[in-house]
Design a protein around this ligand. Structure first.
Ligand code: SF4
Length: 283
């Protein structure tokens, strides 16, 4: 069973439902909301119903699991791209229960649960001290404020791997308090994914922000995955600043840099001439 997700860092994507409510600056241009609207699903916001799926949909991961077992190769499943698994709504509880049961019956799949609401996790998981081996737990941290708020909560849970999605990266993030540079917090974070925002209204991710994350990960032995520049890419300084090229002050490098809205495909995903595709080594 091959890869069915266009997201670089996962093999498959599974959505237990569609719909969500915005919670922080990273949600401003939520692609899932845009996509849902495009296909006529009115599922965004606290007052809107969520969209649920049939048994056919829920049967897909069973097929992925069988394929992975046959190949003897574990597969990663991102859950969820069109929702937040830990959104606090009672109507989602039965579907969460169904998801926990599915995770238990698919041991060849590593389930990557990513949330912007780590404060809701404790009340909604069926696991206490012993977490299943096939659950990775992640939170999105788009800037330092979200790192300070969400990371300490994430790190309370003994998931096999705990990861960060720094996408869309909206400012510099200092991971030092949670890396091996602080001996008391040895290897608390197991994986960092970083990327810029895509779409015509995207906010630029400055190179210094991405480099700082990469360097801190490298220094601490944390696998680093650079997903994309997004809509804006760094360019050499023009002789005179002119639209659409814009100048930004990069506080990490204390220098002016220039960015051009090239679009996600052209902007690519190389950082300083290298592709960063690291993932935790699984057994
Ligand atoms: S939490 Fe995720 S899915 Fe929900 S609105 Fe924010 S970006 Fe969109």
């Amino acid at each position: 069973m091959g890869k069915n997700s266009s997201i670089e860092w996962t093999h498959h994507t599974f959505n237990p439902w569609w719909g969500c409510t915005k919670v922080s600056p990273g949600c401003e241009h939520c692609y899932a909301e845009t996509w849902a609207k495009r296909v006529g699903a009115k599922v965004w916001g606290a007052t809107k119903k969520r969209r649920f799926f049939t048994e056919n949909h829920w049967g897909e991961p069973l097929k992925w699991n069988a394929g992975a077992a046959e190949d003897g190769q574990r597969k990663r499943v991102f859950c969820a791209s069109m929702a937040d698994v830990f959104e606090a709504r009672a109507d989602l509880d039965p579907w969460r229960k169904k998801l926990w049961a599915l995770i238990a019956t698919t041991p060849w799949l590593d389930w990557l649960l990513l949330t912007k609401r780590p404060q809701n996790i404790a009340e909604r998981i069926p696991w206490t001290r012993e977490w299943p081996n096939n659950v990775w737990l992640g939170t999105t941290v788009e800037d330092q404020q979200r790192a300070m708020e969400r990371l300490p909560v994430l790190l309370k849970f003994p998931a096999k791997y705990r990861f960060l999605s720094c996408e869309p990266l909206l400012g510099p993030i200092d991971l030092d308090p949670w890396t091996v540079r602080r001996p008391e917090s040895l290897h608390q974070i197991d994986w960092v994914i970083a990327g810029g925002e895509s779409g015509t209204n995207a906010r630029a991710m400055l190179p210094g922000w991405a480099r700082k994350l990469r360097d801190q990960c490298q220094d601490s032995g944390i696998p680093f995955h650079f997903k994309q520049w997004g809509h804006w890419a760094p360019v050499p300084a023009p002789k005179t600043e002119r639209a659409p090229i814009r100048g930004f002050w990069d506080e990490v490098t204390d220098a002016q840099i220039f960015m051009e809205p090239k679009g996600k495909k052209v902007a690519g995903r190389q950082l300083d001439g290298a592709t960063w595709d690291q993932v935790p080594v699984t057994s």
